[in-house]
Design a protein around this ligand. Structure first.
Ligand SMILES: Cc1cc2nc3c(=O)[nH]c(=O)nc-3n(C[C@H](O)[C@H](O)[C@H](O)COP(=O)(O)O)c2cc1C
Length: 732
């Protein structure tokens, strides 16, 4: 059976029994503590194991003139029901050799009685007992399916106890404690089921009873201490000894109740008159009760308590695992044969799907036709230009369960046109076969005649956001499709929603289609220029990102209004005083580089937003040079000029250069860079930083110019400076 069937069976059983299981395990913990507590008074005598019935009976007979019965309970405490010399009734725990009273009987507290009833029948009498029985049986099945899941995970019985890598806490704990407490939980559920079957008479207590009768022997007048059967029987094997009512009447007998049988012993000669063997169901019932309650052994009671407590944690961690696995729902806006970008994921526990979905959602938001599916759903994609494969690795470098058929499908459905492919592997270096399924998939695609490599295989260790974002950067820059590169966008723990109030929003005018909006957080939030703001225009999970410029503790966005723009339209209709819900996404890669000796900022369009904030907060007066490109010289750019003049006078900005692409003297930021080539080369040589924010096309052109200059005059490719974090980009 495939992994997923076992997994679904395990989950379905857990869901069905969860509420009752919770009650049973919590009450089970309490009863286990009670079982340990019970043994605390310690009425068990030291040499108990070596005592036999003959020793005890003869001794007690000397102390108590009349004995009704002597009992040995599951704690191995001996008690007597007798009359003493003065004719007083004695019902107490005693020393079986001296008859000395050790303690009086204690009845269970009201609370324990209440817990016991809840544990046995949920206060629902017969119905409750049936529910408890069924839940015990379900727990048995859960233990079984869980064992199979561990076996599959560990690749067979040989590695059953091999090291478990920590993926995330709940999963680690679930597997580790599952493996450790497998046997106690199995015993709890098996014995619970058995007791239920006996209880509802499904097994029948009567069974077979072998009865044998002996005649009197010829040793009448023997003393009790010489009775062979009494000498042979250890007190520890006894449950009860009923004494003859009349010591003179030879017809009256001792009744010796042992765990597995009952003997009638002649009181004059010690012969066995009758032996009744209990049916195996009764013996098994007692054994089940001992094992289920831990009443006979403190250590076992403690183990049972831990196992019961663990069932509660099992339930919690199991549901966390399930939640994680299913938290991302695949939603497609386009059909497989309409999509230009096809994202395939191979994910077992959902994190790879989460990453894939974050990319999918952004592409859709950007108007791209993206399609997201499991690797096992691979088919022909008639319009695909890009296939992105997000593949995790499991087992010994194997495919996750929803990618097992990928290889077969690839052979079966060759694409009929060239499609560019990129593979991102998710794995962990703590496994010997790091990302090997992704490596395999990458090679598999590389072999296909229709597939053309777009990027080299990229691997991500332990879901590292840094490593993933690095791939996002590369793919976005090369494909010119905008994707957010703030790690927070791909974090599993979403930042909390914050309320922001509109403080100011500028108007559009003439050929200026860009507006500024200032937002005030209603509670204290930490943010810096370069972070992102995620807004939710439709109050659902469709989000839009904007670069933040910090302006005196306020969030300043510079937004271009698009016709029917989902995000920009929403922001433009906001009035002063209105409030919105948004999330601040930390983007440490694009913060002001405090340690750099000098900084050049290159922007086009709305990409200027974070730079305005960074300049405003340049209190240490670092030399900052701003280069910005716009289409027209209009009211907005006049505003930027005024801002720059003020900043230059306050030494927060060193220089400001503008290029206009639709004015008389057509210029782009690249031209400004060419003009100041010497400055840029010197900046790079002296460990200065170049920050680029704006369109991906502009970034590509700027990098091309810088690459050429650097190769010619600094003898180094631009990647040399990129690797040293001297080129920081945030483009869309
Ligand atoms: C049982 C198990 C086996 C794994 N085996 C490997 C492996 O062989 N190689 C590897 O690189 N990662 C291995 N991993 C790590 C996962 O591939 C990695 O955590 C991945 O990010 C999980 O993605 P998912 O949440 O989408 O399933 C294993 C993880 C688990 C839980």
């Amino acid at each position: 059976m495939t992994l997923s069937i076992w997994r679904y069976a395990h989950l379905a059983l857990a869901i069905m029994s969860s509420l009752f299981l919770l009650i049973l395990s919590v009450t089970g913990v309490i009863l286990a503590i009670d079982a340990v507590n019970e043994k605390v008074p310690a009425y068990r005598v030291k040499n108990f194991e070596s005592l036999n019935v003959a020793q005890s009976v003869s001794a007690l007979r000397k102390v108590y003139p009349e004995i009704i019965e002597v009992s040995v309970d599951h704690n191995q405490f001996v008690s007597v029901d007798a009359l003493d010399e003065e004719g007083n009734t004695v019902k107490a725990y005693i020393d079986p050799l001296s008859g000395q009273i050790l303690g009086s009987f204690k009845t269970k507290s009201q609370f324990i009685q209440w817990v016991t009833a809840l544990h046995r029948s949920l206060f629902l009498k017969e119905t409750g007992r049936i529910i408890v029985g069924v839940v015990s049986f379900l727990l048995l099945l859960i233990t079984f399916t869980g064992t199979i899941l561990i076996l599959k995970r560990q690749q067979g019985i040989r590695h059953f106890f091999a090291k478990i890598q920590k993926d995330f806490f709940s999963q680690y704990f679930h597997v580790i404690s599952g493996r450790l407490l497998l046997i106690p939980v199995f015993i709890i559920s098996l014995t619970g089921t058995y007791l239920f079957l006996v209880n509802v008479n499904l097994l029948g207590k009567e069974g077979r009873q072998t009865v044998s009768k002996n005649k009197y022997n010829d040793k009448s007048g023997q003393k009790v201490e010489d009775f062979e059967i009494f000498k042979q029987t250890k007190l520890s094997k006894v449950e009860k000894i009923e004494f003859p009512f009349d010591s003179e009447d030879p017809e009256e007998v001792y009744v010796l109740k042992l765990r597995d049988r009952m003997l009638s012993v002649n009181q004059t000669d010690g012969s066995i008159q009758e032996e009744t063997k209990y049916p195996s169901t009764v013996i098994l019932e007692k054994l089940s009760l001992d094992l289920h309650t831990g009443r006979t052994n403190v250590l076992w009671a403690i183990i049972l308590g831990i196992a019961s407590l663990n069932i509660v944690f099992f339930m919690y961690t199991g549901f966390v695992i399930t939640f994680k696995r299913s938290r991302t729902r695949v939603k497609n806006k386009y059909k497989a044969d309409e999509a230009e970008i096809v994202i395939l994921f191979g994910s077992e526990n959902g994190s790879t799907l989460f990453f894939a979905n974050q990319i999918h959602k952004q592409l859709l938001a950007d108007g791209k036709t993206s399609f997201l599916a499991e690797m096992n759903q691979y088919q022909r994609y008639s319009k695909a230009r890009h296939i992105l494969v997000f593949a995790s690795t499991y087992g010994l470098g194997d495919a996750p369960s929803n990618a097992g058929n990928f290889e077969r499908l690839i052979e079966k459905y060759p694409q009929d046109h060239t499609v560019r492919f990129s593979v991102i592997g998710f794995g962990s270096t703590s496994y010997p076969d790091f990302c090997s399924y992704a490596v395999y998939t990458d090679q598999l695609l590389d072999k296909q005649s229709w597939a053309s490599r777009f990027l080299p295989l990229h691997t991500v260790n332990d879901k590292s956001l840094e490593e993933f974002v690095s791939w996002v950067h590369h793919w976005s820059e090369k494909s010119l499709m905008a994707l957010a590169t703030a790690p927070a966008v791909y974090s599993f723990k979403a930042e909390g929603l914050r309320q922001l109030q509109v403080v100011e929003r500028t108007q559009l005018s003439g050929d200026n289609t860009t507006f500024k909006i200032l937002l005030k957080p209603s509670s204290k939030i930490k943010f810096k220029s370069g972070d992102l703001l995620a807004i939710y225009p439709a109050n659902n999970n469709r989000e839009r990102f904007y670069s933040i410029g910090e302006s005196n503790g306020l969030i300043q966005l510079v937004v271009k209004l698009y016709p029917n723009g989902f995000g920009s339209g929403f922001l433009y209709q906001l009035e002063k005083g209105q409030c919105i819900q948004a999330r601040v996404m930390f983007n440490p890669h694009f913060h002001f580089p405090e340690k750099a000796p000098a900084i050049a900022m290159i922007a086009n369009g709305t990409g200027i937003a974070p730079f305005l904030g960074m300049i405003l907060s340049n209190s240490r007066k670092k030399p900052v040079h701003l280069y910005a490109g716009f289409r027209y010289d209009n009211e907005l750019t006049q505003d930027y000029r005024r801002f720059a003049e003020k900043s230059i006078s306050q030494q927060q900005l060193k220089s400001f250069k503008l290029a206009f692409s639709r004015e008389e003297q057509r210029q782009y930021v690249m031209d400004l860079i060419q003009q100041d080539a010497g400055f840029f080369l010197d900046l790079l040589r002296k460990e200065g930083v170049i920050m680029i924010c704006g369109s991906l096309n502009m970034q590509k052109d700027v990098e091309r110019v810088l690459e050429q200059l650097s190769l010619e005059q600094n003898d180094r490719p631009l990647s040399y400076y990129k690797d040293r974090n001297q080129i920081l980009t945030d483009c869309y």
